[in-house]
Ligand binder design. Structure first.
Ligand code: C2E
Ligand code: MG
Ligand code: MG
Length: 639
């Protein structure tokens, strides 16, 4: 708001304008002369009417007013002037011959400020005029100051009002901003809570996550250090074949199933002593506090197994899942949660490869095994580069003729420091680490190269002579397996009628779709197929019917127990009967004694492979064995 200011001019004495009203010209002359001499501006009027007109034309600063005048008397003039807002403040000094007190009182009542009696004394007139003008000036100054004061008061009130308004606005804005900030803070708190929730929980299942478990384990590890009797158990649970569920039914269905699994576990497993966490993907972890002995963890594993054995209905399908568990009993030897996870994982891997147990409790032999596996893995990588592998060929003998029917190719690894390492040890590791892919291709190429050599020398004359090559499931799963095979066939010039692939029955069970696709291609190339280690898996003969199989190889675990006249004999006999019904021939693996050979021959087994006939031989020894076998008529296994 703008300040109001006063613009009125200050009156100056020198310019004071005096009106003299008198019907006596002599008085007028005398008074005006005197006053003009004193520096005043003087106007004159000879009667009341003229006086009023003159005043209207221009307001004087002071009026000397005669009372007795012919038209309107001085009292009347004075009263009229006092009535008007414009003129009421002009000081009027009556100058009159009327000298009675009554007249003087009347003059003052009419509004006069002073009274000068006629005949007047000029000095008195001057003095009284001066007085009145001074008073008038002071009055004007007072009014002006008053006005200024008013303006100032007005300005102050305005300023205060403005300040009050500003304060009000400010307060309103502070309130608004405060509530805005409160909302923002609230939002941030919510967000922070959400972040915190996400940090500690799995968003799919809502269960505490691995990070949470790590935090808990750190606390428990501190506690078990202080009180070693406070051991606790950690069970890591891995749902099997989850990838297949995701691949076949879609990720969404997989997620639903995971949520159902976690809910079932939560309801049936969790209590005040056990905490369930979603460890990641299809893995869960269960923390079991204050355990007395490891039987408690076994009981929990059994309960979990039972709980998950019932089917889950996902998208109108009933799905059954199996699981493996790795259990660690945590004592004060553990320093970090990661060590517990490492051991639980090792135990779980062990459980996976075990046919009898779905859970395993970690112990040091598992760790030593794991270390050995790790070492072999590293060495395998180097061995591939350094070409430390070679192939052996174990003869397969025909029971009827005693003649060699073919060889099985068996890879050999001569480690520069550790010597020969059994394929039974390194092949599973090569499979786990996918090193079987380059190694397997090398073996296939090498075998084909060798067949080509033998093919040129002699074997073409031999009827149905085959060299078997073990092919791992991992190799067959490769999209380009057939392309690579064709390349090898083309490069080596092998005649594929001498080539036979040995595949374990577990491949047929687990990857029937892949087996179908690859076997059709193999059949088209006339490559023969043998099912290796038959009887160790779960396949039924009727299941084999859908695949273009030529040969079954009965696993040596059955052959070695033949003498004992136990169940193995029944299984071998039944296998032989059924295999023949399906049109397969049978190779008995691991024949070590004459008796075993005779028994198998009696039951109609066509072929034998085993130390009784020959051990796996290097390529030159294999060739020699072959030549000798052709030259003489061996009595191997013949009665
Ligand atoms: P497999 O394919 O069943 O091979 C037969 C195994 O039985 C060979 O062991 C062989 O030496 C052994 N064997 C043969 N006759 C007898 C016998 O009379 N008594 C005993 N105790 N054993 C006998 P090896 O060479 O140690 O191979 C073990 C396994 O390693 C093989 O079982 C096969 O699964 C795998 N393997 C070996 N070479 C290769 C290969 O080149 N590629 C692939 N993928 N796997 C291979
Ligand atoms: Mg084999
Ligand atoms: Mg075998």
């Amino acid at each position: 708001m703008e300040n109001v200011t006063l613009t009125t001019n200050k009156p100056s004495l020198s310019t004071n304008d005096i009106l003299i009203v008198d019907d006596t010209p002599e008085n007028l002359r005398l008074l005006s002369k005197t006053l003009i001499q004193e520096g005043y501006k003087v106007r004159c009027a000879i009667n009341g009417s003229m006086a009023l007109l003159t005043i209207k034309a221009k307001l004087p600063d002071l009026i000397l007013l005669d009372i007795n005048m012919p038209d309107i008397d001085g009292f009347e003039v004075c009263q009229q002037l006092k009535k008007s807002e414009l003129t009421k403040d002009i000081p009027i000094i009556f100058v009159s011959a009327l000298d009675r007190t009554f007249d003087k009182v009347k003059a003052f009542e009419a509004g006069g400020v002073d009274f000068i009696s006629k005949p007047f004394q000029l000095p008195e007139v001057l003095s009284r005029v001066n007085n009145q003008l001074n008073i008038q000036n002071l009055r004007k100054q007072l009014i002006q100051k008053n006005q200024l004061l008013h303006i100032e008061i007005y300005n102050r009130i305005a300023a205060e009002t403005e300040i009050r308004q500003l304060n009000f606005d400010l307060e309103r804005r502070v309130i608004e901003r405060t509530s805005q900030l409160e909302a923002e803070i609230n939002e941030r708190l919510q967000f922070q809570k959400k972040l915190e929730y996400l940090a500690w929980n799995n968003s799919l299942t809502g269960l505490p996550n691995r990070l949470w478990l790590v935090k808990q384990l750190k606390q428990l590890l501190v506690r078990v250090k202080q009180k070693p009797q406070n051991e606790f158990g950690v069970v890591i649970l891995d749902c099997n074949r989850f990838k297949i569920i995701n691949d076949s039914l879609g990720r969404q269905a997989g997620d639903k199933l995971l949520a159902m699994i976690s809910e079932r576990l939560r309801v049936e497993i969790t209590n005040q002593n056990t905490d369930l966490t979603h460890f990641g993907e299809d893995k869960f972890a269960i923390l079991l506090e204050n355990i007395q002995d490891q039987n408690q963890t076994i009981a929990l594993a059994q309960k979990i197994q039972q709980c998950l054995s019932r089917g889950f209905v996902v998208e109108q399908r009933e799905i059954f899942i199996t699981s493996n568990m790795g259990i660690v009993i945590c004592n004060s030897n553990y320093l970090e949660p990661e060590e517990i996870f490492r051991d639980a994982d090792l135990a779980m891997q062990k459980a996976k490869t075990s046919s009898s147990h779905y859970y395993k409790i970690f112990d040091t032999t598992i760790q030593n095994n794991a270390l050995e596996i790790l070492e072999i893995e590293t060495d395998l990588r180097i061995a591939l580069r350094r070409r430390e592998f070679s192939l052996n060929y174990q003869p397969i003998i025909c029971f009827n003729t005693g003649k060699i029917k073919g060889f099985e190719t068996l890879v050999r690894w001569k480690h520069p420091e550790k010597g020969f390492i059994s394929p039974g040890k390194f092949i599973p590791i090569a499979e786990q680490t996918n090193l079987i892919l380059p190694l397997g291709m090398w073996i296939l190429q090498e075998a084909c190269r060798q067949i080509r050599i033998w093919q040129e020398r002699a074997i073409d004359q031999e009827n149905g002579f085959t060299v078997s090559v073990n092919i791992s499931a991992k190799q067959l799963e490769q999209e380009d397996f057939i392309v690579q095979l064709d390349q090898i066939i083309a490069q080596t010039g092998v005649d594929v009628k001498h080539l036979k692939f040995e595949i374990t029955e577990s491949l047929l069970m687990n990857n029937a779709a892949i087996a179908d696709r690859v076997f059709t291609q193999l059949k088209a190339r006339k490559i023969q197929l043998a099912i290796d280690d038959f009887g160790t898996g779960y396949s039924s003969l009727s299941y084999l019917d859908r695949f273009p199989v030529n040969t079954l190889k009965i696993d040596r675990s059955f052959v070695s127990r033949l003498d004992e006249k136990n169940q193995a004999s029944t299984i071998v006999k039944a296998t032989l009967d059924l295999a023949h019904n399906l049109g397969f021939d049978v190779v008995a693996e691991g024949v070590e004694t004459k008796e075993q050979g005779e028994q198998l021959k009696d039951w109609g087994c066509e072929f034998a492979q085993g130390y009784f006939y020959a051990r796996p031989l290097d390529k030159d020894s294999a060739w020699l064995f072959w030549q000798e076998n052709l030259a003489i008529q061996p009595e191997f296994g013949l009665s």
